[in-house]
Ligand binder design. Structure first.
Ligand SMILES: Cc1cc2nc3c(=O)[nH]c(=O)nc-3n(C[C@H](O)[C@H](O)[C@H](O)COP(=O)(O)OP(=O)(O)OC[C@H]3O[C@@H](n4cnc5c(N)ncnc54)[C@H](O)[C@@H]3O)c2cc1C
Length: 315
C-alpha cells in the first residue's frame, strides 16, 4: 500500500480513539519545543490520560507507524524535516496530582501524571507544606521527562525523591518500577535504554514549613533568572557536565562565548546554553553544537556530549 494511504488509514483509526480537536496533521513541532524550532509532525495527538497513550502506542505498533513521545519539549532538538509518523504530546495531559499521608504522619506520597509539569507539582507540594521538590520548581519539563532524564538542579535530583514510576513497556504491559529499578544516574535512567514510556510517578515528600519552602523556591528561581538566559528560547544546558568539570567553563575558555550560526548562539550570559535569538533553525543549532564540540576538543581534549535529545539527525 502507498504510504499516504497507510497514513490515512492510521489517522482514521486515531479518530475512533481521540476527539478531532486533539488531532493535528502537519503540526509544526516548533510550537512544542522550547528551542522553538523543528519541522512538522505528520500527525500529532495531544493526549489527556494514560489510557490514550497506551491505545495510541498499540495502534501505531499494529499499523507499523513510527511514534515519538514528547513531554514539554524542553530538552529536545527536532530536525527541520520534522517527524514522519505520530508524535504523542503529553503537554495537555490531566496533571492528576494526588497526595496522601503515609503511616508515620511525617512523610507523604505525592503522585502525578507524566504530563504534569514539574512547576505545577512543586507548587502544589509547597502549598501543602511538603518539602523535597523545591529544586525542581524552575525546571520547565514534565514529570515524565524529568524521570526519564533524572532531572536535577541546585543539589537535588529526581532520584532523591522518587518513590516509583508507572511505565508502559515495549510489550504494552504496565510496570511499576521502584527507585532502585529505575537505575538513575547523571541525567539518565533505565527508561531511555528500555524505551519505556512513563505514565505516572510518585514521590516521597516530608512535612515542612510552607513559608520556608516557598521562600526557597523563590530564591532558586531568582538565581536562575540571574545566571541563565531565560529571555531566549533554549533547551537549558545543552551539554552534559563532564566529570569534575563544567561545560560552560570549557566553552568559555575555548573562546566560544557568543559564537553563532545564523540566529543560534552560545549564550553570553551562560556559555553552557545554546540559545535561539529569534529565527534560528534546528540545522543552525545542530551546526553550532557540532562546532562547539569540535573546538572544545581542540582546546582542552574534552569531548562534550549533548544533554539534549536529538530527533531526526544522524548520530
Ligand atoms: C530554560 C531551561 C532550564 C532548564 N533547566 C534544567 C535544570 O536545571 N535541570 C535539568 O535537569 N534540566 C533542565 N532543563 C532541561 C529539561 O527541562 C529537563 O531535561 C526536563 O526533564 C525535560 O522534560 P520534558 O518534559 O520537557 O522532556 P522532553 O524534552 O519532552 O523529552 C526529553 C526526552 O524524554 C523523553 N520523554 C519525555 N516524556 C516521556 C515520557 N513520559 N515517557 C518516556 N519518554 C519521555 C522524550 O522522548 C525525549 O527523549 C532546562 C530546560 C530549559 C529550557
Amino acid at each position: 500500500m502507498e504510504r499516504v494511504t497507510v497514513l490515512e488509514k492510521f489517522i482514521g483509526k486515531i479518530r475512533e480513539l481521540i476527539p478531532e480537536s486533539r488531532i493535528f496533521l502537519d503540526a509544526s513541532l516548533s510550537e512544542y519545543t522550547s528551542f522553538k524550532t523543528g519541522g512538522p509532525a505528520e500527525c500529532l495527538v495531544r493526549v489527556k490520560d494514560a489510557d490514550e497513550i497506551k491505545n495510541l502506542v498499540s495502534l501505531a505498533k499494529n499499523e507499523d507507524i513510527p511514534f515519538y513521545i514528547l513531554g514539554n519539549g524542553t530538552n529536545m532538538l527536532i530536525s527541520d524535516d520534522g517527524f514522519k509518523g505520530l508524535v504523542i504530546s503529553l503537554k495537555e495531559m490531566d496533571p492528576n496530582i494526588n497526595i496522601f499521608a503515609l503511616k508515620d504522619g511525617d512523610t507523604y506520597s505525592v503522585s502525578a501524571s507524566a504530563g504534569c509539569t514539574l512547576a505545577r507539582l512543586s507548587s502544589e507540594a509547597a502549598s501543602n507544606s511538603l518539602q523535597g521538590l523545591e529544586f525542581a520548581a524552575g525546571i520547565p519539563g514534565s514529570v515524565g521527562g524529568a524521570v526519564v532524564m533524572n532531572a536535577g538542579a541546585y543539589g537535588g535530583e529526581i532520584k532523591d525523591v522518587l518513590e516509583f514510576a508507572d511505565v508502559l513497556d515495549t510489550n504494552g504491559d504496565i510496570l511499576r518500577l521502584s527507585n532502585e529499578e529505575l537505575k538513575f544516574a547523571y541525567r539518565s535512567s533505565i527508561i531511555q535504554e528500555k524505551q519505556y514510556i512513563v505514565l505516572a510517578a510518585s514521590f516521597i515528600l516530608k512535612k515542612g514549613d510552607e513559608k520556608a519552602i516557598k521562600a526557597e523556591i523563590k530564591e532558586l528561581n531568582e538565581r536562575r533568572r540571574e545566571k541563565q538566559p531565560l529571555e531566549y528560547a533554549s533547551a537549558g544546558s545543552t551539554f552534559k557536565r563532564p566529570e569534575g568539570l563544567f561545560a560552560g567553563k570549557l566553552i568559555e575558555d575555548a573562546g566560544l562565548k557568543g559564537l553563532s550560526v545564523g540566529d543560534a548562539a552560545v549564550s553570553e550570559k551562560h556559555c553552557g546554553f545554546v540559545i535561539n535569538k529569534g529565527k534560528a533553525t534546528s540545522a543552525d543549532i545542530y551546526e553550532l553544537i557540532s562546532e562547539v564540540i569540535e573546538k572544545v576538543y581542540e582546546k582542552s581534549g574534552v569531548v562534550l556530549e549533548p544533554e539534549i535529545k536529538l530527533l531526526g539527525f544522524e548520530e
